[in-house]
Write a protein that binds this ligand. Structure first.
Ligand SMILES: Cc1cc2nc3c(=O)[nH]c(=O)nc-3n(C[C@H](O)[C@H](O)[C@H](O)COP(=O)(O)OP(=O)(O)OC[C@H]3O[C@@H](n4cnc5c(N)ncnc54)[C@H](O)[C@@H]3O)c2cc1C
Length: 422
């Protein structure tokens, strides 16, 4: 029995096939089509499709292939399927590799390292982009960096004794991942620019068949999905956004070519990425309007540069860095008790944030707006050293009115406040 795992959103088009070999065939699921051009097409999902009759299928010839019996095919992926790559699809496929990994971010690379370190060589990594890194390749916004100590936010078997800071920035984390690939000769295992668009479990052979954007199929015995939790930006839906005439982009698609200097800028959201962006653009923009829906609990990060003596120590006596990693791990686990009912630790954390707020934000109204009305830990706790002080700047405004709609030049709140004022 064939199982289908859909990877891409689907848009179904019409139901009439209009090209010559398909004239007048209008069935929803193609049961038992036995025309001369389609020998061997049986049952609902096309077992044993003989590729020879499908040479050069192009969307122009099949603009109305109904996607409903083919949930994983979007017409945009049916272009010139080269027969050499489109093998007969059967349910008993000999695997090309023992393990297939989708994604070359932290997750996929760690899986590959474990396989390699366990002596396995029969694996392949599919990466839709032209380089590794996932999150740390795609997010390049100002201030982008990790909020977990780099000694811990790194791969246990690949310590980096040369981190420049306790909490490293995006470029350094990306470079670290590339070094991991180079140091462990992982590149030969990675298929770059390969987007897996279809996954089928072939029960007869207990194998997985993966199809990429070119229609090329690969069969693996075991499949590791390391496609990442956050690599598809969640675009908010605002009334009128389509009419906005100014420049707009999502933090995960930062446009470094756009100069923000002296501009009127609105940033919508005060989550993990926003609290890194806000302090880094506030000094260069003309006016920064920060739209906050829910305030976050923001604990101090206490980031600092790691000096040459410490780096030398980590290089010469690796156990020192390993021990620091363990200590950081257990301290975080201790704080974790606060999330599972230990009110003392919870209160301790809340108190430290409120003390920081009291110390760092001068305006009492702004301070009050930044205090969450929920228990710490209910949402991701954020860490930053420079977020709260940013609200003391004259060109930064914290807006907590909810957004009603977007206008051609700005934002209108539910209280009919137009920002920036006309
Ligand atoms: C800005 C930002 C900062 C963060 N900071 C931290 C932090 O400080 N600490 C922390 O613990 N976590 C942080 N996170 C969470 C972060 O996502 C994880 O820590 C980690 O990087 C996720 O790694 P991953 O390999 O699972 O996924 P990603 O890093 O998302 O990698 C997934 C990879 O899979 C590829 N891929 C996806 N689908 C396909 C497909 N169909 N075919 C082929 N390739 C595909 C993508 O191109 C990508 O390269 C942060 C996330 C973001 C966005």
């Amino acid at each position: 029995m064939l199982k289908v795992v859909t990877l891409h959103p689907i848009n179904a088009t019409g139901f009439s096939l209009s090209t010559s070999p398909h004239r007048n065939i209008t069935t929803s699921k193609h049961h038992h089509i036995a025309t001369s051009q389609h020998r061997h097409i049986t049952t609902s999902q096309h077992h044993n499709i003989a590729t020879s009759q499908h040479r050069n299928i192009t969307t122009s010839k099949h603009p109305h292939i109904p996607t409903s019996p083919h949930p994983h095919i979007t017409t945009s992926h049916i272009t010139n399927i080269p027969t050499s790559q489109h093998r007969n699809i059967t349910t008993n496929m000999k695997p090309d590799f023992e393990v297939g990994i989708i994604g070359a971010g932290f997750g996929g690379l760690i899986a590959a390292l474990r396989l390699k370190h366990s002596g396995r060589q029969s694996f392949v990594i599919f990466e839709r982009a032209n380089e590794v890194g996932g999150t740390w390749r795609d997010n390049i916004y100002p201030g982008c960096g990790c909020d977990v100590h780099s000694h811990l936010y790194s791969i246990a078997s690949e310590p980096n004794p040369n981190w420049s800071q306790l909490f490293s920035a995006q470029p350094e984390i990306l470079a670290y991942l590339k070094n991991v690939v180079a140091n462990n000769q992982l590149n030969p295992f990675i298929r770059y620019n390969t987007d897996v668009v279809d996954i089928r479990f072939l029960e007869d052979s207990n194998t997985w068949q993966l199809t990429d954007q070119h229609g090329k199929t690969t069969v693996v015995k075991m499949l590791i999905l390391a496609t990442g939790p956050l690599n598809r930006p969640n675009m908010p839906v605002f009334k009128g956004l389509e009419n906005y005439k100014g420049k707009q982009f999502h933090s995960s698609a930062w446009d470094n070519s756009y100069d923000l200097s002296n501009k009127q800028v609105a940033i919508i959201g005060t989550g993990a990425s926003a609290i890194q962006i806000i302090p880094n653009i506030a000094p260069i923009v003309g006016q920064l309007n920060v739209f906050q829906r829910t305030p976050a609990w923001v604990m101090p990060r206490r980031n600092r540069t790691i000096g040459s003596f410490q780096k030398a120590l980590f290089n010469r006596i690796p156990i020192v860095q390993k021990t620091i990693r363990e200590i950081i791990y257990w301290i975080r686990e201790l704080f974790g008790l606060g999330f599972v009912g230990n009110h003392f630790i919870n209160k301790l954390m809340e108190k430290s944030v409120l003390k920081q707020l009291e110390k760092e934000v001068q305006n009492p109204n702004t301070r009050a707006k930044l205090i969450p009305n929920y228990q710490i830990g209910c949402k991701r706790i954020l860490v930053a050293d420079d977020f709260y002080p940013t609200f003391n700047r004259p060109n930064v405004d914290l807006i907590t009115d909810s957004i009603d709609h977007i206008t051609e030049n700005g934002i209108c709140t539910k209280t009919a406040r137009i920002i920036p004022p006309m």
